[in-house]
Design a protein around this ligand. Sequence first.
Ligand code: ATP
Ligand code: MG
Length: 261
Amino acid sequence: MIEFKQVSFSYGSEKTDNSLYNINLTVKDGEFILLCGGSGCGKTTLTRLVNGLIPNYYEGKLEGKVLVDGVDVSRMPLYEMAGMVGSVFQNPRSQFFNVDTTGELAFGCENMGLPVKEIHARIKRTAKDLYLKHLLDRSIFALSGGEKQKIACGSVAALEPRIYVLDEPSSNLDVCAVEELRNLLAHWKSQGKTVVIAEHRLYYLHELADRVIYMKDGQIEREYSGKEFSAMGRMELESLGLRILSMEHLKDSFVPEKKKQ
Ligand SMILES: Nc1ncnc2c1ncn2[C@@H]1O[C@H](COP(=O)(O)OP(=O)(O)OP(=O)(O)O)[C@@H](O)[C@H]1O
Ligand SMILES: [Mg+2]
């Protein structure tokens, strides 16, 4: 379970406006939470509080408490958090430490000090579960954007965390790679994992989400069930500054001007 108890946060040491203000949120085990809202509303900041990058990596003024399975995140070293909360970011390159894929899949497990035999077993299991077998023993530099994101997800999955936090994981992916990402998220959901994902692209997620949190100016402005959110029309989404939910509409809006007539 993840609990935000009256959490406010502002970056840096100067007195600035809060990036997050008075967040109260409880995420139950196995829930799939979609964070949405305009640029700068605080989605990334909220994810950083779950995986411990705040306050362990990003400095600032933190009030209130974030608890993961009852443990205060601010008191937990990042290497311990990594075993509980797996993080996937916008740009997979930012999270690679190796030049080969198999080394990358093993990296987190090695850091956790797991025995070599166990690491091999986990790589095998992850490669099978995430359909990564064909990507083993490859140079990271030779992978496509979608393949890189798959390896990033695999290296996190090998740690077998109970919670996954993802921050705009689709932003550098093409439509096919987004579909594969969706399948992977559905797999994690079916395993009973907790998923918290911040995104602008909503079409591939709204049917997976149990709850959608709409943020504005560092606050939780509204909350919807997945069903309520999926039923929202184009006008309503637009009024919230959100992207449309259907691929069909998306295709329409990409039709070149001439063909529209
Ligand atoms: N590292 C940082 N240092 C200082 N301020 C930051 C930092 N990261 C984010 N902020 C500020 O915190 C506020 C919330 O930003 P955040 O990145 O969490 O929003 P977001 O909803 O993820 O936006 P986007 O959709 O563009 O990714 C913004 O005012 C932003 O400028
Ligand atoms: Mg962000």
